[in-house]
Design a binder for this molecule. Structure first.
Ligand code: ARG
Length: 255
């Protein structure tokens, strides 16, 4: 009888422990825009935030193809320099004049989930360089990466008012292949803890995952958010450097 009580009580404790971790990108903490000036979010024509992005050149924002597909430039605006979505006076809202989507893009979980937005005006914020083919060391399993965004803070919760960040390790490709049959090693990597609890989530897509002052990935997809054994999947950006350079460097004049 006593043993049963202990069992029931510990099961309840374990359950509340999971719920608490899911309250809090999921399992993250606040991040400042000053320390991450290249982190931006995308808003629709009603001003609602729906995805993230990264400033990769003064007038270029890298995001996910699934964030941009089916939208015309006039239906998307980039909000930069604003940590708190409700702080209308902070930062700038930038008009988009052109949307480039990778020409092989079909669906997020098939790869090529990248798009570049060209802005009408240059942004007054520091761009972030992206990983090149020579940066393979950044994708070593176990490397701790930092993901940022204004997305949901729990699987079925609301998106975040404030910029959030969470640290997650790169997982071995074999783990991702076993977890997700559609996982394409060459185009993607996955990151997270085997036990879940910390992850990106809906609304974080298109946003940055970084290490050592470099953009290594773009938030792309996953099954639910922060679930045990279901890590987040990110675009392996080094693989697309060659496709991105002509788009990102176009019209960028060296000083
Ligand atoms: N596709 C989502 C979005 O549009 C991002 C999902 C990330 N999921 C995850 N479990 N890490 O915002």
């Amino acid at each position: 009888m006593r043993r049963l009580l202990v069992l029931v009580l510990s099961a309840m404790l374990a359950a509340t422990g999971t719920a608490a971790a899911n309250e809090q990108v999921v399992g993250g903490e606040r991040a400042s825009i000053q320390a991450n000036p290249w982190a931006v979010y995308l808003v629709d024509d009603r001003g609602a935030q729906f995805c993230g992005g990264t400033i990769v050149a003064p007038s270029k924002v890298l995001t996910a193809a699934h964030c941009a597909i089916g939208r015309s430039p006039r239906e998307v605006q980039v909000v930069a320099g604003r940590e708190d979505k409700q702080d209308r006076r902070a930062g700038v809202t930038a008009a988009v004049t052109k949307i480039w989507i990778h020409k092989q893009y079909v669906a997020a979980d098939e790869g090529e989930d990248i798009a570049v937005l060209t802005l009408r005006d240059a942004l007054p914020y520091q761009p972030l360089p992206f990983a090149e083919p020579s940066d393979q060391a950044l994708y070593q399993p176990g490397t701790m990466l930092r993901a940022l965004g204004w997305g949901r803070t729990s699987e079925n919760g609301k998106t975040s008012r404030f910029l959030m960040q969470a640290s997650v390790p790169v997982l071995p490709d074999e783990f991702c292949v076993d977890t997700y049959p559609q996982f394409v090693q060459a185009d993607m990597f996955c990151a997270g803890f085997e036990g879940g609890k910390v992850d990106t989530c809906q609304g974080d897509s298109g946003g940055p995952i970084v290490v050592d002052g470099k953009l290594v990935g773009v938030t792309s997809w996953g099954e639910g958010c922060a679930r045990r054994g279901k890590p987040g999947v990110y675009v392996r950006i080094s693989r697309y450097a060659k496709d991105l350079h002509p788009v990102v460097d176009a019209g960028v004049v060296e000083p």
